[in-house]
Design a protein around this ligand. Structure first.
Ligand code: PEP
Length: 269
C-alpha cells in the first residue's frame, strides 16, 4: 500500500440558497444521516448568514464548516465584505476561493484570488482553490493552459509549509449547474492528472502526492461512484445535489465505498 492514502473530501457548496429553517433542516438531516466512523472528510459551506446556525448544529460532529468566500483583510472599511477573522470566529475551518461564479459573474481577477489565498492561509483558514475552463476554452483546446494558469497564479508566493492546507477543486465551468453537460469520469481524471503533474513541477512530487483534488460539476448520486473511483479524484465539490440531505448522503456513501476500494486494493498512493 502506498504511504499517501488520501481521504476523500466531499464539500457542499450551498451557494445563495436556503432560508434559516431550510439551512437548519439540511444540516440536521446530514448530521443525522452520517455514520461517525466513515473515513471521508465532509465540509458544509452555507451562505454567510447561516454560518453561525449551521456551525452550532455541526458542533461535536465530524463535519467541518466552511465559507464560500472572504475578503483579504482582517477588518476595515470594506462595506458588505466578510473577513477571515470573522469566519474563524464563527467556527469556519475552510474557505472556497476562485469559484468560477466569482471569477466570471463577480469579475474576480487572478491577482485578487491569489491575495485572498495568501491572506486566508496566513489568517488560519484552509483553502479550497477552484480552477476550471469554460466550454469555449475546452473546445479550442485551451483546458491545460487555463487550469495551469489558474493554479499557478492562485498559488503564487504560497509558502511550502502551507501546502498541506490547500486543496484544489477542478470545476469545468461548462459542467457546473448543467445537468446536460457532465464531464465524463475520464475527462475529470485527465484534468486531475494534469493538475497534479503541474503541482509537482511547482512544489515537488511529495507535495503533489499529498494534494487533495476534488471534482466539481453537477455530481449527482447516480454518477458519484463513477467519478470518485477515478485515479486521482480525491473527492467532490457539490452544488445542487448538496441541497437535499438524501442526495448529499448518497454521494457521501459513494465516497466511502470508493475510499474503501482504493484503500483495500492499495491503489491509492
Ligand atoms: C459548484 O458550483 O461548485 C458546483 C459543483 O455546482 P453543481 O454541483 O450544481 O454543478
Amino acid at each position: 500500500m502506498g504511504t499517501n492514502v488520501r481521504r476523500k473530501t466531499i464539500v457542499a457548496n450551498w451557494k445563495m440558497h436556503t432560508s434559516t429553517a431550510e439551512a437548519a433542516q439540511l444540516a440536521n438531516g446530514i448530521v443525522k444521516g452520517l455514520s461517525p466512523e466513515e473515513r471521508v472528510s465532509v465540509i458544509l459551506c452555507p451562505p454567510f448568514p447561516y454560518l453561525a446556525l449551521v456551525g452550532e448544529l455541526l458542533r461535536n460532529t465530524q463535519i467541518q464548516l466552511g465559507a464560500q468566500n472572504m475578503y483579504p483583510a482582517n477588518d476595515g472599511a470594506f462595506t458588505g465584505e466578510v473577513s477571515p477573522t470573522m469566519l474563524l470566529d464563527l467556527g469556519c475551518k475552510y474557505v472556497i476561493l476562485g469559484h468560477s461564479e466569482r471569477r466570471h459573474v463577480l469579475g474576480e481577477s487572478d491577482e485578487f484570488i491569489n491575495n485572498k489565498v495568501r491572506f486566508a492561509l496566513a489568517a488560519g483558514l484552509d483553502v479550497i482553490l477552484c480552477v476550471g475552463e469554460t466550454l469555449d476554452q475546452r473546445n479550442s483546446k485551451q483546458t491545460e493552459v487555463v487550469i495551469d494558469h489558474q493554479l499557478n497564479s492562485g498559488l503564487a508566493n504560497v509558502a511550502e509549509a502551507e501546502l498541506l492546507r490547500i486543496s484544489v477543486a477542478y470545476e469545468p465551468v461548462w459542467a457546473i449547474g448543467n445537468a446536460e453537460h457532465h464531464a465524463t469520469p475520464q475527462q475529470a481524471a485527465e484534468a486531475h492528472a494534469m493538475l497534479r503533474t503541474r503541482f509537482a513541477q511547482i512544489f515537488g512530487k511529495s507535495a503533489a502526492g499529498a494534494l487533495t483534488i476534488q471534482y466539481g460539476g453537477s455530481v449527482v448520486p447516480a454518477d458519484a461512484a463513477a467519478v470518485l473511483s477515478q485515479p486521482g479524484v480525491d473527492g467532490a465539490l457539490i452544488g445542487g445535489a448538496s441541497l437535499k440531505a438524501e442526495d448529499f448522503l448518497s454521494i457521501l456513501g459513494a465516497a466511502v465505498g470508493c475510499f474503501r476500494n482504493d484503500f483495500e486494493s492499495g491503489s491509492y498512493s
